[in-house]
Design a protein around this ligand. Structure first.
Ligand SMILES: NC(=O)c1ccc[n+]([C@@H]2O[C@H](COP(=O)([O-])OP(=O)(O)OC[C@H]3O[C@@H](n4cnc5c(N)ncnc54)[C@H](OP(=O)(O)O)[C@@H]3O)[C@@H](O)[C@H]2O)c1
Length: 300
């Protein structure tokens, strides 16, 4: 009889992983497959993805294509990253069936409001050479966000976006946006990492059924993240790298992380987090690293 345990024994962890929320196993064409999170509207989202901020032109296209070949299925971009064309070219170059991907983009502040958001969405689709998006987010809580949300609700109802959400919203901004809304956000993409854990924000999102996604899951290495002695000791204990410990911590918290890397080895390293577990002691030590403040004050 084929059981989960026998499958685990027979197949290296790099080749199989459980899809949560559905009792089945997923086998990706690449080197790894990634557990999924069920969003409030039922859409399944990979719990680990690939970020593309600051990746441009050929570096972006090649990084996205290679990330997909390596096993990433969630690709995160935004209008303001000015790389949607390069991301779209990377998707095409990977040769993957588009339906197997989960593509996110975001409407920028300058495009807020009903009409502008609709136009911006179509421009993003055209640049990405896609027929629909899996997730579309309001990038920042500025401008006419209620107008943007009305546009996004319609696009969602028309099937052009599978799920809609927000980014960088605090609980009060989220409550204001959803007052009178017909569709509630599935996710809030926020800065969170071991130095800025946002525990209260996470708890507050849980109470309203909104999932949390981590941008800058490594804080871009700021604050000495990759050389932190506590993280280094935990990494040594598990025979893993600091990056893998951080991503495993996000995963065990139930937060979707979207690390970015222009380095093919780092991209693969960052996928290999499903074959070890942080224990209670590790989790308490990482909890103590919280400095309760952003590593990106210039962005707030
Ligand atoms: N919604 C928002 O407002 C918002 C804001 C910022 C970012 N984001 C999204 O979140 C994604 C991730 O955030 P981010 O790109 O700012 O930063 P990040 O993922 O926290 O850090 C990226 C940095 O980590 C390094 N790195 C990656 N893997 C590594 C490894 N295994 N070992 C050592 N170094 C490693 C990369 O260098 P190498 O390239 O050399 O590997 C790069 O310098 C973005 O790309 C974007 O999609 C959203």
């Amino acid at each position: 009889m084929i059981t989960r345990r026998s499958v685990l024994k027979a197949i290296p962890l790099t080749a199989a992983a459980l899809v949560y929320g559905r009792e089945e196993w997923a086998f990706a064409a690449g080197e790894v497959s990634i557990p999924q999170l069920q969003l409030r509207n039922g859409v399944m989202m990979p719990r680990l993805g690939f970020g593309t901020y600051a990746l441009r032109d050929e570096v972006c296209t090649e990084s996205v294509a290679d990330a997909i070949v390596a096993g990433y299925r969630l690709i995160d971009t935004a209008t303001v990253y000015l790389n949607e064309e390069a991301v779209g070219a990377g998707i095409k170059r990977s040769g993957i069936d588009r339906k197997k991907l989960f593509v996110t983009s975001k409407v920028w502040v300058d495009d807020s409001g009903y009409e502008r958001a609709k136009r911006a969405f179509q421009t993003s689709l055209d640049k990405l050479q896609l027929e629909y998006l899996d997730l579309y987010l309001i990038h920042r809580p500025r401008g006419d966000v209620k107008g943007s949300w009305r546009a996004m609700q319609e696009l969602n109802a028309e099937g052009k976006i599978r799920a809609i959400g927000v980014s960088n919203f605090n609980p009060a901004q989220l409550a204001s946006l959803t007052e009178g809304a017909t569709t509630l956000p599935v996710i809030n993409q926020v800065e969170t990492h071991p130095f800025f854990q946002e525990k209260a924000e996470f708890a507050s999102l849980k109470t309203v059924g909104v999932s949390m996604e981590a941008w800058a899951p490594f804080a871009e290495g700021r604050g000495g993240m990759f050389t932190n002695p506590v993280l280094q000791r935990i990494a040594t204990k598990h025979g893993k790298t600091v990056a893998q410990v951080i991503l495993r911590w996000h995963y065990q918290r139930g937060v979707v992380a979207i690390p970015r890397s222009s380095n093919p080895e780092h991209r693969r390293e960052n996928l290999r987090i499903f074959d070890f577990t942080l224990d209670g002691d590790d989790v308490s030590r990482i909890a103590a690293l919280d400095q309760h403040k952003s590593e990106f004050p210039e962005w707030t």
